[in-house]
Design a protein around this ligand. Structure first.
Ligand code: DLL
Length: 438
């Protein structure tokens, strides 16, 4: 049936993927200059912000000079809703995407024909880096629509010459039937929704390990090494981390390579990454943890300058490719909970949950303040074979104990029946912060 997984041969790579650092830097500098000029000349917002900061595109003599240019934040996209950040006439935009935005207006992005070609080529590069190749079947279970996941993977897989199954998210029973009947080699899906698919396999008395799936392309939400181990064990496949955000392009900014799985190679010929101190905005040296800031290098419709992603990671040198890597995103700055003064990322609780074979990776955190003090409740599901109420209660007590000893705060842990937590079909919601807004 399916061939064994192999990394791409050198002749299958785009030449820039293995170019020298000097070649990459030279390309970045010329593309960065052009991008700054395009933004300044065509977008009133950038012209105003550059003028206020006293910088002009001509000031960029080296890549480090980018640090003198102003940041772009999500609020800037909202303030320029819907089309004010477009650098080309609306008629040249052939696609719109938007992020749902849990609060306020959605953020809107546009693509020219060339942008869609670039995007498809980058997602194709991600798929190839993960071990996919022409002729493979790719089941796309990211949502189709304004979200970039579905259509982004769709175009990238087609570009690589794959057979695409545009399943979109939801209808989990049907997902399992299609996977069993069509036998795709690759699945592109959020890690949390893949686990819902795994549960559905088991509900139908089918073994996910015997499915045709060999490679999973997982992103759009934070996940952990513990979650990777769970996915790889349940499906007997390789789970690859893929990152992107709609403001930068969508999926396809960075990806792990199958031969190393040691962090995500950023496609530096199209995106210039910086890591900044989230508090001060100062640029940090490679290796230091901080917030990822992205500047697009080739986008026509929506060039984005120094976009503050809020994602926390660090930059590492290249391994399988010459382009630098980013470490798995630990979480978003705005997902970090401060509970009674203690900083906590949901991903840390995820690791603790997955240490216990009685608990499933379906979980969420609820933070409330019934009196003066914050209270943390962890709601998690038991595994199907976790036995009776007493076993579940014991697993809950154990988890609360580990949270107390490792995070330093008391919590209530509720271990529910398998299937009791609603599945999202897309990005999982991990945090419900019910505290009154200050
Ligand atoms: O989530 C694009 C995407 C689709 C990426 C499919 C990968 C796969 P947005 O909806 O704009 O775009 O959300 C972007 O999702 O800033 C991160 O906080 C988070 N995110 C994306 N990929 C990862 C990842 C898409 N691999 C936001 N690990 C980003 C952790 C991720 N977080």
């Amino acid at each position: 049936m399916n061939d064994p997984i192999r990394p791409p041969r050198p002749d299958e790579l785009d030449p820039i993927e293995t170019a020298s650092r000097d070649e990459i830097a030279a390309l970045q500098l010329s593309r960065l200059r052009a991008t700054l000029a395009r933004a300044y000349d065509n977008v009133a917002h950038y012209r105003r912000r550059f003028d206020e900061a006293g910088v002009s595109p001509a000031d960029l003599a080296s890549l480090d000079d980018l640090a003198g240019f102003p940041f772009t934040v999500k609020e800037d996209l909202r303030l320029n809703y819907p089309f004010e950040l477009f650098a080309v006439p609306r008629e040249r935009i052939i696609r719109i995407h938007a992020s749902s935005g849990t609060t306020g207006l959605p953020t809107v992005v546009g693509y020219t024909e060339a942008d869609l070609d670039t995007w498809a080529a980058l997602v194709a590069r991600c798929l190839r880096a993960a071990g996919a190749r022409s002729g493979d079947m790719v089941h796309v279970a990211y949502g189709y629509g304004l979200f970039t996941g579905g259509l982004g993977f769709h175009a990238g897989a087609e570009k690589l010459g794959c057979t695409v199954v545009p399943a979109s998210g939801g209808f989990t029973e049907r997902q399992v039937r299609m996977i069993c009947d069509f036998e795709p080699r690759i699945i592109a899906v959020t890690p949390s929704y893949l686990l819902a698919i795994a549960d559905e396999f088991e509900r139908q008395h089918r073994d996910p390990r015997r499915s045709s799936l060999q490679i999973g392309m997982h992103g759009a939400e934070p996940w952990t090494e513990a979650m990777r181990a769970e996915i790889e064990a349940r499906f007997a496949m390789q789970a690859i981390d893929v990152y992107g955000c709609s403001e930068a392009i969508g999926p396809g900014v960075s990806v792990e390579c199958i031969e190393s799985k040691d962090g995500l190679h950023i496609w530096e010929d199209h995106f210039y990454p910086e890591i900044v101190d989230p508090e001060t905005g100062a640029v940090l040296p490679d290796g230091e943890p901080g917030e990822l800031v992205i500047t697009s290098l080739t986008k026509e419709a929506c060039p984005i300058i120094r976009y503050r992603t809020r994602d926390l990671t660090r930059l590492l040198p290249g391994t399988a490719r010459s382009m630098r890597r980013m470490q798995r995103v630990k979480g978003r700055n705005d997902d970090m909970l401060i509970i009674r003064g203690v900083n906590l990322f949901p991903s840390f609780i995820e690791e603790l949950v997955l240490e216990d074979p009685r608990l499933s990776p379906h979980y969420y955190l609820e933070v409330s303040r019934p009196g003066r003090l914050d209270e943390l409740t962890v709601v998690v599901e038991a595994k199907t074979d976790a036995g009776d109420n007493a076993t579940r209660a014991a697993a809950g007590r154990d988890l609360a104990g580990r949270i107390r000893s490792q995070v330093g705060i008391g919590s209530e842990v509720r271990v529910g029946e398998p299937g009791s937590i609603e599945r999202s079909g897309g990005k999982a919601r991990r945090v419900f912060d019910l505290r009154p807004k200050e």
